[in-house]
Design a protein around this ligand. Sequence first.
Ligand SMILES: Nc1nc2c(ncn2[C@@H]2O[C@H](COP(=O)(O)OP(=O)(O)O)[C@@H](O)[C@H]2O)c(=O)[nH]1
Ligand SMILES: [Mg+2]
Ligand SMILES: [Zn+2]
Length: 308
Amino acid sequence: MRGRVARSTGNYYSVFSEAGEYVMARLSGKMRLAALKHTNPVAVGDYVVMVTDENQPDYLIESVEDRSNFLIRRATNLSRQTHILAANLDQIVLIASLVQPRTSTGFLDRILVTAEAYSIPASIVFNKRDLWNEKENELAEYYMAAYRRIGYEAYAVSALEATDILEWKSCLAGKTSLLIGHSGAGKSTLLNAVQPGLGLRVGEISRKHKKGTHTTTFAQMFQMENGGWVIDSPGIKEFGLFEIPDRDLADYFPEFFSLRSKCRFPDCSHTNEPSCGVLEALELGEIMPERYQNYLQMLASNRDDYKR
Ligand SMILES: Nc1nc2c(ncn2[C@@H]2O[C@H](COP(=O)(O)OP(=O)(O)O)[C@@H](O)[C@H]2O)c(=O)[nH]1
Ligand SMILES: [Mg+2]
Ligand SMILES: [Zn+2]
């Protein structure tokens, strides 16, 4: 029987079967052997084939179908092993907030670079607009225009505003979307608003220094009534970029990539080279300065990583 993995907790997987119900499944022995490279050979979003287990009430996962894409991160900071966050994604939706808490452009750009590296479309949702005053309204306008210009759709919404939710909901229809955002940005609240009845716990992990319970540390996928799948991904603090070498990084900034032909050197790092198209555009105000700063920071943090 075929199914799609909705959630994993330790050794157990909740799989949405083609019969239209959630069933519990474990890995077959063969699948457990595959767990050497990735800490989890089966990830949320995977399409799997299951068989029944004679002696057990639940199913055994026999194989995983080829993934159209998947996101990985290091299992821990020092580990060579990687952890698959989610698979078979149509889009990454960044949930950002300008207040309570403020999402930095550094965070947004790291995720956007990752999305580019995996060729997954990404959009940004600035949530909690009901809490904004003049200053935040202006900032949101500025960010939304800047990110749209380089190809990322951007929205300003409030999870408390029915018309906003209705509009945003249509962007999720028929797709598999991974929601990424800092704890407290409003992911669970937005999902509850999009689909009343999910009953996701809200505000649970925003308390400082209090790690989420198991319900918040595992990614889980929900089926929407509009045919979409949404993956809520808590605990996404360190979103490792280790697999992107310095020389490739700039090409995952679409606005830098399109200027590369204007650089004198084909391997220009856009940092201190003469006749650099990116530096010239930056000078002319054609590049969002925050993006350029974040690029430099990512280069620097790459170097820190290698020193470890
Ligand atoms: N005023 C306001 N509060 C919101 C909004 N969205 C979420 N919140 C609140 O922000 C806090 C964190 O929300 P939650 O959904 O748990 O964030 P998550 O960690 O990203 O899942 C909760 O207290 C929510 O009630 C919004 O659009 N407006
Ligand atoms: Mg949450
Ligand atoms: Zn350059």
